[in-house]
Design a binder for this molecule. Structure first.
Ligand code: SAH
Length: 347
């Protein structure tokens, strides 16, 4: 376990890293080298930073920290190249991340918080309650740790693990900047998706600040009544206001938005729902991603193939492209909404 008094280099913005380097009496260009080693070369130890003198590496090791996560367990799916990682943070809290591979696409699904405050009724993480926000470094390190472990680089990053990204806005956006930095992890902004349950102030800030990351909204219902039941956040941010905020985003952005729509048997999977969905989204340039519900407990049932096909058919002539998300990692509880860890403190 790391010494908490050490400087967490991966929490620093580029400018702060430069200031840190100068404070240590090093030449300013060393900041760029350090950044490279941390985020592009992705080394796990200061001793690997061979462009820095040995004394410098030793000094850095004494005062700064690279590793922010300890692996608790890694589960590999029997059926596909999907891995679920359980990490311990320095304070003993735990988070999960998922790695998925499909053709040439390697996606890491990262957590943004320990637990989640939104308590969506269908989501395992919601049952944990909220513990704390992750720091920038803790978010970024999930990808770096997994890349080191897999020996492969991620092509796509989705903020769809534990937590609500827009309730940890600053850290999530700074992490996304680090993910996309061409001198570092270098994943293109369009391949970094931030998914929100519909926290309107976050959507508005994202719009105003003009970010170029991909935005996804977990819609999951077509009436306030059903959505309130599934997603209590609807009480604070009702559908009409949510869709107004989304429209403002698409009006001010060259990009589409993605709506995720979880299908739960008998809850939101009727043809009327499909019709209402068409009406709600008629004026928003978007893509629709249907996600068959993955079982978390016995209160909800997955949608049947027949109902799923019916729903897809009902959207067939809609202007927006519709995709159905195949679930990866069901056998290791790594599929959407299944991330849950007991918050056992390990010290
Ligand atoms: N809080 C963010 C990100 C985490 S949830 C958000 O709400 O978008 C990521 C996605 O997983 C959401 O689209 C959510 O609707 C979906 N999801 C949650 N629980 C699920 C479950 N049991 N089965 C399938 N998808 C689920």
């Amino acid at each position: 376990m790391a010494n908490s008094n050490k400087i967490i280099l991966k929490d620093l913005a580029k400018q702060e890293l430069s200031e840190f380097v100068v404070r240590q009496g090093l030449e300013p260009f060393r900041a760029r080298q350090l950044f490279h080693w941390l985020f592009q070369k992705n080394v796990a130890y200061f001793s690997q930073m061979t462009t820095l003198k040995k004394e410098v590496r030793e000094k850095l090791q004494a005062i700064a920290e690279i590793n922010l996560l300890d692996s608790v367990s890694i589960a590999a799916s029997q059926n596909e190249p999907t891995h679920k990682f359980l990490f311990a943070l320095h304070d003993g809290n735990r988070v999960e991340s998922v790695y998925m591979e499909e053709a040439n696409r390697r996606t890491v699904c990262v957590s943004s918080q320990v637990g989640c405050a939104l308590n969506c009724d269908f989501c395992a993480t919601g049952k944990m309650g909220f513990r704390r926000n992750l720091s920038v470094g803790e978010i970024v390190e999930q990808v770096l740790w997994i890349e080191r472990h897999m020996g492969k680089e991620a092509t796509n990053i989705v903020m769809m693990g534990m937590g609500e990204p827009f309730l940890n806005f600053d850290a999530v956006l700074r992490a996304a900047e680090l993910f996309s930095d061409p001198e570092g992890i270098a994943v293109s902004k369009r391949k970094i998706t931030i998914s929100t349950a519909g926290v309107i102030p976050g959507i508005e800030r994202f719009t105003q600040e003009g970010h170029r990351f991909k935005l996804a909204i977990s819609l999951n219902a077509t009436t306030d009544e059903i959505r309130r039941k599934l997603m209590p956040v609807t009480k604070k941010y009702p559908l009409s206001q949510l869709l107004t905020a989304v429209k403002r985003y698409t009006d001010n952005s060259p990009y589409q938005i993605t709506f995720e729509y979880l299908l739960i048997a008998g809850m939101n999977d009727s043809l009327q729902d499909a019709k209402r969905l068409r009406r709600l989204l008629a004026h928003i340039p978007c893509k629709i991603n249907l996600i068959p519900y993955n079982s978390v407990d016995s209160r909800y049932q997955p949608v049947s193939d027949r109902r799923l096909n019916g729903f897809v058919q009902a959207l067939a002539t809609f202007s927006a492209p519709v995709t159905v998300r195949r679930s990866n990692g069901l056998d290791i509880q790594a599929a959407c909404g299944q991330l849950y860890t007991q918050n056992v403190k390990s010290k």
